[in-house]
Ligand binder design. Structure first.
Ligand SMILES: [Zn+2]
Length: 211
C-alpha cells in the first residue's frame, strides 16, 4: 500500500525540528538527533510517519548504506531552518543561500499526488519520490516553506535566553505578541530566578553598604 505524507504539515513542524538541539548556541549544547534511528523516532513522535513503518525505513536505509548520508541531510535541513527563522526573528532577511538550500530540499524529494480510496471516501495521497529519509524530511521542509510564505512569519521568535545560548525558535501565539522565552517553565523561569537573585544581591550589597 502506498504510504502517504501529510501535504499540509503544521506551520510549527519545521521550528520543532530546529529545536531538536538544546542550547544550540551555548556551552551545554545537546543534540537529540545523533543517529538515523533518532530521526525516525522523532518523526514517529511528531506523527510524520506511523510507528509500524519504522522497521522498513530503517531496513531500507541500512541496506542502501544511507543512514549516515540521510542523517547528514537531516542535520543540514535543520541548521538551515534554524538560520532562516533566526534571521526572521531578528527582523532580517534569510540569506539567499539558505533559501536555496530549502528549495533544494523541496525539489530533491519530489512528491507525486494521486487519488486513493480510504473506506468510503476518496482523498489525495502524496508520496515522496526518493530516499528513505524523504518521507521524513519532505514534510519538515514543506512546513518551513509554508511558514516562510505565511502571514504568521512576523510571529516567529527566537528565545531571549541568549546568555545560555538557548537558540529555540517558536511561533508567538500570544495575543499581545510579546512572548520572549521558549517556555515559561524553562528559560523564562530561569530568567525570572536570575532576575530575582540579581535584585536580591543588589538589595543585599546596598544594605551592607549602608550598615
Ligand atoms: Zn529558551
Amino acid at each position: 500500500m502506498a504510504r502517504t505524507v501529510d501535504e499540509n504539515p503544521s506551520l510549527e513542524l519545521g521550528l520543532d525540528f530546529s529545536n531538536t538541539v538544546d542550547w544550540r548556541n551555548g556551552e551545554k549544547r545537546a543534540d537529540s538527533l545523533a543517529t538515523f534511528s533518532s530521526l525516525v523516532d522523532w518523526s514517529i513522535k511528531k506523527g510524520i510517519i506511523p510507528s509500524d513503518e519504522a522497521p522498513s525505513i530503517l531496513r531500507r536505509a541500512r541496506e542502501e548504506h544511507a543512514e549516515e548520508s540521510a542523517l547528514r541531510k537531516a542535520l543540514q535541513l535543520r541548521e538551515t531552518i534554524y538560520r532562516i527563522f533566526s534571521a526572521v526573528a531578528h527582523d532580517e532577511h534569510p540569506s539567499v543561500e539558505d533559501v536555496g538550500i530549502l528549495n533544494r530540499f523541496l525539489s530533491d524529494y519530489p512528491v507525486s499526488s494521486s487519488i486513493i480510496r480510504t473506506g468510503e471516501e476518496y482523498g489525495w495521497a502524496t508520496v515522496p519520490g526518493k530516499g528513505a529519509e524523504g518521507r521524513m524530511l519532505w514534510p519538515i521542509a514543506k512546513s518551513a516553506a509554508d511558514l516562510l510564505t505565511s502571514d504568521q512569519l512576523g510571529r516567529v521568535r527566537e528565545c531571549a535566553n541568549e546568555e545560555e545560548g538557548c537558540g529555540w525558535v517558536f511561533l508567538d501565539e500570544t495575543r499581545s505578541g510579546t512572548k520572549k522565552w521558549c517556555s515559561s517553565t524553562g528559560c523564562g523561569n530561569r530568567a525570572k530566578v536570575r532576575a530575582w537573585y540579581e535584585r536580591h544581591e543588589r538589595a543585599h550589597s546596598h544594605a551592607s553598604r549602608v550598615s
